[in-house]
Design a protein around this ligand. Structure first.
Ligand SMILES: Nc1ncnc2c1ncn2[C@@H]1O[C@H](COP(=O)(O)OP(=O)(O)OP(=O)(O)O)[C@@H](O)[C@H]1O
Length: 803
């Protein structure tokens, strides 16, 4: 909904000019802003504010000199105006021209609403790439309230937000400072010293909020919280790479961002994989006691007196087994290593009386140190956490002694693993890392700690992993982000209770619903969420679905194809999307990856794989597990029935379906569309005869559907409810005749449509060239024009080839 602000076209142009003049001026000041301290020192405001600005100027930089100086402007009823940007800007008279968004004065910009304008008359949101204002949107609170009498707080989104949500996505997340919403802002600006658990549906902005919260905390708690004292933990390297730009773009370079496996890596290589049942036992909180016991059991109380040789003699001193047992029983120590040190010291002290009158000097000098250490080693071995865990997992006997009464016999059995010859060859698994971390802390020293920790996708963490994170917190100040409905894997949970129990000590605990609910879904369009909703209701009935803000013109496309043509259909669909410059995610069970790779190769497509830890800028093959937290312009969900068969299959499918900002294709073998997606048990239609030439000529028309398998150009794709529904190729307004006419393109803009008039050989060559140029073009040519350009290029090459 846009608002008529009463500003006419001419005056709006003049206003835009005025704003541009201000933007140019502010940019000059920003560029020349160097002695920040003197400027900030003389600026208005309290001492705290002045110090804050001073530090802001010293530490923060805009990521790009082309960043607009201001993102928004707020006008108070008394005509005071405040420009808000990513950094504060002062003029040479030390007047504040632009306030940075994290400053207290800027909070009102996001928190004002129609019902409570908080003294604001207007909020202006600029669209100003490279500091050149192309337009602005005015939200005039009074006009807005009068315009829509029954407006509730939720029904006004604003064009700037919708535009921002419709933007093309890429391999890295971006900041949302310009359009952050009131409920989100409350969480961003929540007090530091608390355990804040942000629960929210897919795409409600949890990750975005958590990252902006970090930036806000860094600005507002500068004295106590330097950037390197903040840790952001993600579930896997792909996700961490996906979010890594946001904080530097907000001016916060030195925050530590790590995937959980790297944080806990303990210098071991992850080469093993646990069965879910084994991982589940390893992740249970009981393992912490098992480890403690096992560690204690490594200390051996000698059954006989021990003798230690004296230095440079054959004489020995003897220490009784009873006195050693007594020492071991009463010894207080911080870590296993510390205990060993103390025990050795006590042993020396116990030897002292037998060293005669020389004992007043350091008695250790009169003992043969090698002999002393050998005796200590027998009683209190010096082992690494890796050796310790390897010995424990590799010995049923040890495990039984340590886990008696804590683990069931079958759980102990499940944990057994044949030891590798060398510790370095042990097939360490993800679940082992938290055990190693616990052992490391108990045996050597606690890890480095942080003043604030953000944990994303926290719904999937085991209790042992949560303990490992807790261990890294200085005082419990954390922001924990997740969605119970997306909780999968061996540690899947249905509430945050155990997370609170482990993480929530020392500081107050708040779960989002007590502060501000993240109830709006910003990513997924309505048409797509309608598909995902029944799955949510079945997979997590207690979770309230997000309110979806956005419609798109593209209905989800369901394509049933012969099983043997599944991968080809995926490749064809990918080709269509990526040819239009869309950021594509193919979410498929790993067992299908080999055939999908083959199809991609056959079509000369370049792609990245989530299991390798990085997304490409174009085409990505992603497992349903890795898809968590990611988003794409176009998502192709492959074989939903197989996804449903995975552990927590419904939640996996829900996650997969909610990754798209715009286009969704569900591609499945005929007859396998799950009922929850509208499939039925109807007879599988016979596979149509596919004519090779047509196959090449018009991939779009080969998109068969379960109800109306096609293979001919005439057949019309049919939706899962039997109604006529178009695939992305045919519903895309970019391809509609009037749009095409407006673009000056004569043909259907599919890269290969419009070639039907060519004969088979010509078509084959055209297709070849179209594919060849596709990758290069997507970098340089507007997406809309690519199909037409491709076609032209293909024709030119064709002519070359024929002449
Ligand atoms: N106020 C906002 N303005 C503009 N974009 C927003 C806003 N809030 C969220 N978004 C966008 O919505 C998308 C989803 O946000 P985000 O990834 O933070 O959601 P999430 O709740 O973490 O999702 P998931 O549960 O799937 O991990 C992102 O592209 C984000 O930039």
């Amino acid at each position: 909904m846009s608002v008529d602000t009463g500003v006419g076209t001419l005056s709006k142009t003049a206003e835009l000019q005025r704003e541009q003049t201000f933007f140019d001026l502010a940019k000059q000041h920003r560029d020349s802003q160097h002695t920040a301290s003197s400027m900030a020192g003389a600026s208005a405001g309290t001492a705290v504010e002045r110090r804050a600005y001073k530090n802001a100027m010293e530490k923060r930089k805009v990521a790009s000199p082309d960043d607009p100086v201001a993102l928004t402007r707020i006008d108070y009823e008394d005509d005071t105006k405040l420009y808000i940007g990513k950094v504060a800007i002062f003029d040479e008279e030390k007047n504040l021209l632009v306030v940075n968004w994290q400053a207290p004065a800027a909070a009102v910009a996001n928190q004002a609403s129609v019902h409570d304008p908080m003294g604001l008359r207007r909020k202006r949101i600029f669209d100003a790439p490279s500091n050149k204002i192309t337009s602005f949107e005015d939200i005039v609170y009074k006009v807005l309230a009068e315009a829509v009498s029954d407006l509730d707080d939720h029904s006004y989104t604003g064009d700037a937000l919708l535009q921002s949500l419709s933007r093309k996505r890429g391999s890295e997340m971006t900041d949302i400072v310009k359009t952050i919403q009131a409920a989100q802002d409350k969480l961003v600006r929540a007090e530091k010293d608390q355990l804040l658990i942000i629960q929210g549906g897919p795409g409600t902005g949890k990750t975005a909020v958590a990252l902006h919260r970090v930036s806000w905390l860094l600005f507002n708690y500068q004295e106590e919280l330097p950037p390197e004292d903040v840790l952001v933990v993600g579930p896997n390297p792909t996700f961490t790479r996906y979010i890594r730009r946001v904080l530097p773009d907000l001016g916060d370079d030195d925050v530590v961002q790590q995937a959980l496996q790297n944080l806990l890596s303990n210098d071991v290589q992850l080469i093993g994989k646990d069965d879910p049942a084994v991982a589940s036992v390893k992740g249970s909180g009981r393992m912490s006691q098992v480890l403690q016991r096992a560690l204690r059991q490594r200390i051996r109380v000698p059954s006989a007196d021990i003798r230690v040789q004296r230095r440079n003699t054959v004489l020995t001193v003897s220490v009784s087994a009873e006195s050693i047992a007594e020492v071991l029983k009463s010894l207080q120590f911080d870590s296993f290593a510390d205990g060993r040190r103390r025990f050795r010291q006590r042993l020396v002290e116990l030897s002292a009386p037998q060293l005669g009158n020389i004992r007043r000097v350091d008695p250790e000098q009169f003992l043969d140190l090698r002999a002393l250490d050998a005796e200590v080693e027998k009683i209190w071995p010096q082992i690494t956490p890796q050796q310790f865990l390897r010995d424990l997992l590799g010995s049923k006997e040890r495990m039984k002694r340590a886990a008696e009464g804590l683990l069931a016999p079958d759980e102990m059995e499940a944990l057994y693993r044949q030891q590798a010859e060398k510790v370095s060859d042990e097939p360490w698994t993800m679940a082992d890392l938290a055990l190693l971390d616990e052992a490391q802390a108990a045996m050597r020293e606690a890890p480095r700690t942080y003043g604030h920790i953000v944990v994303d996708e926290a719904q999937d963490l085991s209790k042992m992993q949560l303990r490992a994170i807790r261990r890294r917190s200085k005082n419990g100040s954390m922001t924990v982000v997740g969605d119970i409905a997306q909780s999968t894997g061996p540690y899947s949970r249905d509430s945050w209770d155990d997370v609170v129990a482990i993480l929530g000590h020392e500081v107050p605990v708040h779960v989002t619903s007590q502060l501000a609910e993240l109830e709006h879904g910003y990513r997924v369009p309505k048409q797509v969420f309608d598909v995902a909703l029944p799955i949510l209701q079945s997979a997590a009935p207690s979770v309230t679905p997000p309110r979806i803000l956005r419609d798109v013109e593209y209905p989800p496309r369901f394509a049933g194809v012969p099983a043997e043509g599944l991968a080809e259909e995926v490749a064809r669909t990918v080709f269509t999307h990526s040819g239009r410059g869309r950021f594509v995610g193919v979410i498929a069970p790993v067992q299908l990856w080999p055939i999908i790779r083959e199809a991609f190769q056959a079509d000369d497509l370049q792609w990245s794989e989530s299991t390798e830890g990085e997304l490409s800028t174009a085409i990505n093959l992603v497992t349903p597990e890795d898809a968590k937290g990611l988003e794409f312009d176009a998502v192709i969900v492959v074989d939903p029935a197989t996804i449903l068969e995975m552990p927590h299959g419904e939640r996996m499918l829900y996650i997969a379906l909610t990754r798209t900002t715009t286009h969704l294709d569900v591609i499945y073998p005929w007859g396998s569309l799950p009922a929850i997606l509208g499939g039925s048990d109807e007879q599988i239609p016979e596979a149509p005869e596919v004519d090779d030439d047509q196959h090449i000529a018009s991939p779009a028309t080969l998109t068969g559907t379960e109800e109306a398998p096609t293979g001919t150009e005439d057949s019309e794709p049919v939706g899962r409810d039997g109604s006529s529904t178009d695939g992305p190729l045919d519903t895309d307004p970019e391809r509609l005749p009037d749009t095409i006419a407006a673009e000056g393109i004569n043909e259907n803009t599919s890269p290969m449509n419009g070639m039907a008039a060519l004969d088979g050989l010509q078509q084959a060559m055209a297709v070849h060239w179209a594919k060849f140029f596709s990758a290069q073009l997507s970098e340089n040519v507007p997406a809309k024009l690519i199909p037409a350009v491709l076609e032209e290029l293909a024709r030119m090459k064709l002519d070359d080839g024929l002449t």
